[in-house]
Design a protein around this ligand. Sequence first.
Ligand SMILES: [Fe+2]
Ligand SMILES: [Fe+2]
Length: 356
Amino acid sequence: MYSRRAGARAFRAAEVAILPLATEKEPTMTITSTTKRQPTDFATAVERLSKVSVDRHFDAYIDVAWDDPEMAIDPEDPRFELWLDDPLRHTKWYATQPPETRSRVAVHRVATAMRIGWEFENVLQRGLLEHAYWMDGKKPELRYLMHEIAEECQHMLMFQEFANRTGMDIRGMPRHMKLASRLVVVLARTFPAAFFMFVLAGEDPVDYIQRKQLKEGGSHPATERIMRIHVTEEARHIAFARHYLRREVPRLHRLRRRQLAVMAPLIFGTMARLMAFPSLHTARTFGVLRSDLRRALRSAPGRLLLREVAAGPRKLCVELGLAGFPYSLLWRVMGIWETSEPATTTPEVDPENDTA
Ligand SMILES: [Fe+2]
Ligand SMILES: [Fe+2]
């Protein structure tokens, strides 16, 4: 069960700098097979996540000092700069731009990522509501899912407020992806394991990118505050999705597992690109040639970024027996397979000790 000491530890962690990626661990339990203890362990972990959600949650308009002059979002503020691993930053085009244009590109880039985050979380909430609708009210995961949906509402408020304050024309996902997202909501009812793969596919890459940027430092204070709040709460969401998959995948019929093994690299490959790469709209807005953008995305740093943001989900799929041959070929085709360990792996999160 969740202890009072653990709750106090989580509160104390609030003012501590974010943990290095390598030291972060997922909480306590390991569920890799169907055993008698499994349901109890899953329930305990979920109850603990619910308790931490009560102890540590944020409000978009209380916990972000939007009107503090330090937090003002001016598109030409030199504090805005593309983060080190952004493929656009490695283009000759970016290097030749004056500082004010570089700042505008960075603001547009981060606001677009936030708008995409808003749309992803909208789909996620609809799927979670669909998944929870038929659930027995006594199940601990029903309460946890309600906490998660409420937290995503606050994230969406933060993301949209940031995008609006840029005063720029910000667009999110391409139209075809918005239309395809309706299928994801259907999956939440008909194939929940695939739906939670989608959840991880959106949350894990963003979490990886935000943690790495926080570790590097130097972000604009508004971006930094939003990222700190987000990684703190996403730690719980990612932990829940991983626990759910560790419990459910071994229980699936073998044909269902094969379906999932085919779907996983397609979902993770598509979502990794959506979350980690600059959008076509950002490139068009600033006159970046399509060929320059393509070259940047296919460059060694671009391909490495893609593999790194998908490293956590890939590791989980290997553990669940979903990424063996011939399915590993699909991971290679999607550009998210790595034969050796990447330099930095996606963090295994600890929802109690993460900081904001
Ligand atoms: Fe979120
Ligand atoms: Fe989330």
